[in-house]
Design a protein around this ligand. Sequence first.
Ligand SMILES: Cc1cc2nc3c(=O)[nH]c(=O)nc-3n(C[C@H](O)[C@H](O)[C@H](O)COP(=O)(O)O)c2cc1C
Length: 164
Amino acid sequence: MNTLILFTSHHGTTRKLAFRLAKDLGIPEESVQDFKNNKNINFDIYDFVIIGSSIHVGNIPSDFKKFLIKNTNLLLTKQIAIFMCAMEKSELKIKEFEDNFPKELREKSLANGIMGGEYLFEKMNFFEKFIIKKISGSLESKSDIDYEVYADFVEKLKLSAQFC
Ligand SMILES: Cc1cc2nc3c(=O)[nH]c(=O)nc-3n(C[C@H](O)[C@H](O)[C@H](O)COP(=O)(O)O)c2cc1C
């Protein structure tokens, strides 16, 4: 299956997982696309689209959200999977996931991976540091990627398709 991994990332965590997924699924690196650099995706050449984004202040980037809504019907003609990076507690992360990704895509998706995330203070601006210090009570970077969810996501995809 010709596969696209399309992601958005503020500080690099979703990007890191997108490239790790490519490696683990045997998808060439050229098929990993940063939405920030490429908003005119030609979906025709892909059978499978893996979508990844992080949550910031309750939302995925608004241009990415609009893009997903605009392309929902087209994406429904493909195999799809969705993953999300977020640091809220479980129930809130599920709500964030439901609020940000179109229902039809979530339901069609072969795997929905809510993978935790990271606070990377060295990459944050002053305002972001201020918010995250308030939430986490610390100025220390931390990684809370849920590798069990990640492994389960990879496993589900490996069972459902042959990637390239
Ligand atoms: C300014 C800021 C706001 C954030 N807001 C949320 C949020 O509302 N909900 C959440 O679950 N995680 C939130 N996070 C955590 C991010 O989702 C997490 O840092 C993620 O790993 C970022 O991935 P990225 O580097 O690919 O953008 C926030 C992080 C920052 C820095």
